[in-house]
Design a protein around this ligand. Structure first.
Ligand code: ADP
Ligand code: MG
Ligand code: ZN
Length: 471
């Protein structure tokens, strides 16, 4: 039987990197004591008046420009009404028919995903469910500025959705719009998905709310695709509804039937004037936009010889990228510097801020064989955690490799004496026994022996000629 095709559109909420909230002067810092960052405005008390934060408009326009959107010269803030305990005003200030940005796109390789719109809005508070069954409300997040980025239904697989999300994150981080930390909720994703046979009309979509990691976005898409396909195969129909993804069971469950847009009773907020932006102001924002990931990736490939994949990972980590470029100027050990940065990004793609000095000296120790790749990685983590210099970290954690003939010879001799059976086996022609002997060297030195010299010494002590495995 032919397979259904999936059709995916994403709604991404991103917290803007401002110091104060969208309509008042309350701070936005993450993880403050509950209900310590609120005032009459963000609590929606009667008589309070919102004042739009200029920085919110600047950052939202940066987001629009960085995703190739048209920026509206004239837009407006609207009230979206609904009741929920985390929304003390019983309406959210958002944008409805005149969003700030529209008609953009994000390119990931060959794939282009259309951006329908980007609008600004305020976040709601947070409900905290205690183990004893109470529900507490933390209003600190009320009024934290958000943009919502709505994509066209252009994605056709979980992988394309993930690639779009990581490209979008890289762009927003590079443009200084947001830190986009999914684990802290500063980037959240709703997945809209439907299935159809290729070439058919769009099917009925469901929306899976509030996914908080890339992995869960992919899992939720696969699970919902399987569910909808099974419903249709069995002759049923897909209901338009909101669902949630349960990471434990890996399945989606219904939350509520989809509201129609007019249930929200949108109308222009009478307390806020419309937003009129001049051409000159928008062009100034365009000029202030730094280097975006695509351009940076190309530069990293051509100027430093990174592979495409490495370059896009580094381009998505702007601070690390800047520190890498500074370190490049300081050290001749450039191959080792690249390896150090590439391996860190492979372990953890998050942006980090090591001192350029530390990167340079770790690269030199790596190139000189003073550090193994693993040792350099440990020293880098220690430097990031404590701020100590690379040398201090290497010393404190005793990471320097044991290298050089003099230092390694007695160790190799001791290992051969203690592992007579392996040595005999090697001499009898089992070259694999050498792995066991190297393991013993590493165990004895807690992994710090410089492997090439250690292996050469073992071979030498076991007899010059390298025996061959019997056929
Ligand atoms: P709502 O607020 O009702 O969810 P939005 O316009 O904000 O509406 O978002 C709709 C999202 O759903 C967009 O990302 C859009 O690309 C996507 N979408 C619309 N129709 C379909 C469909 N048939 N299948 C999959 N995604 C769809
Ligand atoms: Mg939606
Ligand atoms: Zn406030």
């Amino acid at each position: 039987m032919a397979d259904y095709e999936m059709v995916i559109g994403l709604e991404v909420h991103v917290e803007l990197d401002t110091r104060s909230k969208i309509f008042c002067a309350c701070p936005t810092s993450f993880a403050a004591e509950p209900n310590t960052q609120c005032c009459p405005v963000c609590m929606g008390l009667p008589g309070s008046l919102p004042v739009l934060n200029r920085r919110v408009v600047e950052l939202a326009v940066s987001a629009g420009l960085a995703t190739n959107c048209e920026i509206a010269r004239f837009s407006r803030l609207d009230r979206k009404h609904y009741f929920y305990p985390d929304l003390p005003k019983a309406y959210q200030i958002s944008q409805f028919d005149l969003p700030l940005c529209a008609h953009g796109f994000v390119q990931t390789g060959e794939k282009r995903v259309g951006i329908t719109r980007i609008h600004i809005e305020e976040d709601a508070g947070k409900l905290v469910h205690t183990p004893s069954g109470e529900t507490l409300i933390d209003f600190n997040r009320c009024g934290v500025p958000l943009i919502e980025i709505v994509s066209e239904p252009d994605m056709r697989s979980a992988r394309e959705a993930r690639e779009y999300l990581s490209a979008l994150r890289a762009i927003l981080v590079a443009a200084g719009v947001s830190q986009c930390r999914m684990e802290e909720g500063s980037m959240r994703c709703d997945v809209n998905i439907s299935v159809r046979f290729p070439g058919q009309e769009l099917g009925v979509r469901t929306e899976i709310k509030n996914l908080n990691s890339f992995a869960n976005v992919e899992r939720a898409i696969e699970a919902e695709y399987a569910r909808q396909s099974a419903v249709l195969r069995a002759g049923g129909t897909v209901e338009q509804e909101t669902r949630r993804f349960d990471p434990e069971s890996g399945q989606t469950f219904p939350m509520r039937r989809k509201e129609n847009a007019d249930d929200y009773r949108y109308f222009p907020d009478p307390d806020l004037p419309p937003l009129a932006l001049s051409e000159a102001w928008i062009e100034a924002r365009r000029a202030a936009l730094g280097e975006l990931p695509d351009a940076r990736r190309e530069r990293l490939e051509s100027a430093y010889g990174f592979e495409a994949r490495e370059a896009s990972a580094l381009a998505a980590a702007p601070t690390l990228c800047a520190r890498f470029e500074a370190a490049w100027q300081r050290t001749p050990s450039r191959g080792a510097l690249k390896r150090l940065v590439v391996s860190r990004l492979a372990r953890d793609p998050e942006d980090i801020a090591p001192a350029a000095e530390a990167l340079a000296s770790l690269a030199e120790m790596l190139a000189a064989g003073t550090l193994s790749a693993g040792g350099a990685a440990k020293a880098l983590e220690a430097h990031l955690e404590s701020g100590e210099s690379a040398q201090a970290a290497v010393k404190r954690l005793n990471l320097a490799q044991i290298s050089g003939r003099e230092a390694l010879l007695p160790i190799a001799q001791a290992v051969l004496a203690e592992n007579g059976a392996l040595a005999a086996s090697y001499r009898a022609g089992r070259v694999n026994a050498l792995k066991g002997l190297m393991g013993a060297v590493m165990a004895k030195t807690h992994g710090r022996a410089e492997p090439r010299m250690a292996e050469a010494l073992l071979r030498e002590l076991l007899g010059q000629a390298c025996p061959r495995e019997p056929d």
